[in-house]
Design a protein around this ligand. Structure first.
Ligand code: 5GP
Length: 222
């Protein structure tokens, strides 16, 4: 297969609770021939309903650290007391086959991948507001209040750096967001990036500023 047919690497990050998981799942279902989803390894415990090899590969700390020493990760990071990492070989093989590979990972990992593979496209998914983010996190009903508080704190921290991403996707309506996500990635793959202008992060700085303000007042309990 010629190099031109290679798939692109796309990172989907965003606040915990912004709906990245559902978005990516829906994208994979609708356009299954065009995408491959990287399944990460993690040391966190499975949530109710999560399955080994589907949502994550669940590892002990020791197993995870062995994989680090074997250089088996494209990147890895610590997030709220646990390790998360992207197994390398799967990603490289699928891109070679022409699939666009999706990584649903947090920001530290995203920056590491971008440094090693500068053509990677970084897409940040946000809820429309901080209040909506909290509602979605609390509404899951799977997390302790302290974990929700930590994730809101982490959202505030991530908001400080979200403008390092190329694209912003405000996930208000799932159906529209999936269509948009597919459009952004397809335009990138076809080198028609001018069509993606409306979704560039740099054109949404007022939204970013506002999200930072809202998250800050939220943490202060206002
Ligand atoms: P959760 O515990 O909610 O499944 O994931 C917590 C965070 O870890 C999310 O922001 C998710 O995108 C991120 N994450 C999942 N897998 C990876 C990975 O392989 N590497 C990195 N750096 N982050 C990951």
């Amino acid at each position: 297969m010629s190099t031109n047919n290679k798939g692109i690497l796309v990172i989907i990050s965003g606040f915990s609770g912004a709906g990245k998981g559902t978005l990516v799942h829906e994208l994979m279902t609708r356009y299954e021939n065009e995408y491959a989803l990287s399944i990460s390894a993690t040391t966190r415990n499975p949530r109710f309903g999560e399955q080994e090899g589907v949502h994550y590969f669940y590892k002990s700390r020791q197993e995870f650290e062995d994989m680090i020493s074997q250089d088996a990760f494209l990147e890895y990071a610590q997030y709220v007391n646990n390790y998360y990492g992207t197994p390398k070989q799967y990603v490289l093989d699928r891109m070679e086959e022409g699939k666009n590979v999706l990584l649903e990972i947090e920001m530290q990992g995203a920056m590491k991948v971008k440094k090693n593979f500068p053509d990677t496209q970084l897409i940040f998914v946000s809820a429309p507001s901080a209040a909506e983010l909290y509602n979605r996190l609390a509404g899951r009903g799977t997390e302790e209040p302290e974990v929700i508080a930590k994730r809101m704190q982490r959202a505030y921290e991530e908001a400080q750096d979200m403008d390092r991403y190329e694209y912003l996707l405000i996930n208000d309506n799932l159906d529209e967001s999936v269509t948009l996500l597919h459009e952004i990635i397809t335009n990138e793959k076809n080198h028609e990036t001018a069509k993606n202008e409306p979704y560039l992060m740099q054109n949404h700085i007022p939204f970013v500023d506002n999200m930072r303000k809202e998250l800050k007042s939220f943490l202060k309990g206002e």
